[in-house]
Ligand binder design. Structure first.
Ligand code: HEC
Length: 133
């Protein structure tokens, strides 16, 4: 009996679709998500909502003063603005590719900004960090 005639085959396909609908995630940058959860979420929170004046939210970057091209430098070297009570230390252990993936996760998956931030853009900005201090 071939597959088309076998009702069990349809059943399996149906179960697979149900499984997909309930468990396939629509996160586009899943490596960025994993890196964000491991390196940023303890302060900025898993959904990036932040904590009052302690840890800024990262889920409203459209309306934030943070410039997109400052993101690579903030992640690697940290930031210390007077408006927040705490300072952010840089995450020196992250490679430029990992930083790039986190930025793309933040933009696309958290903020719904459809923009592929290129690795060249991340690397270029990392080279100019000292100028943005
Ligand atoms: C130990 C806590 C901590 C961790 C971990 C951390 N941050 Fe921060 N982050 C802060 C604090 C505190 C500030 C505010 C610092 C300031 O400007 O005074 C900040 C600021 C920022 C800003 C600037 C926001 C603004 O509105 O000015 C960005 C962007 C940012 N963090 C991204 C990240 C990303 C991405 C990660 C992970 C790779 C990360 N942070 C990890 C504590 C943290």
């Amino acid at each position: 009996m071939n597959m088309i005639q076998n009702p069990k085959a349809y059943c399996l396909v149906f179960l697979f679709l149900v499984y997909c609908l309930t468990s396939c995630s629509d996160v586009k940058y899943s490596q960025g998500e994993a890196l964000y959860l491991a390196n940023c979420s303890s302060c900025h929170m898993p959904e990036a909502g932040g904590v009052a004046k302690l840890y800024p939210a990262l889920n409203d970057l459209r309306n934030s003063d943070v410039k997109l091209d400052a993101l690579p430098c903030i992640i690697r070297y940290g930031q210390n603005k007077d408006i927040y009570s705490l300072e952010m230390e840089g995450l020196k252990n992250l490679s430029s590719i990992e930083i790039n993936n986190i930025i793309n996760y933040l933009l696309n998956d958290i903020n719904g900004i459809e923009l592929e931030y290129s690795i060249d853009r991340t690397k270029g900005n990392l080279q100019n960090c000292k100028d943005t201090d």
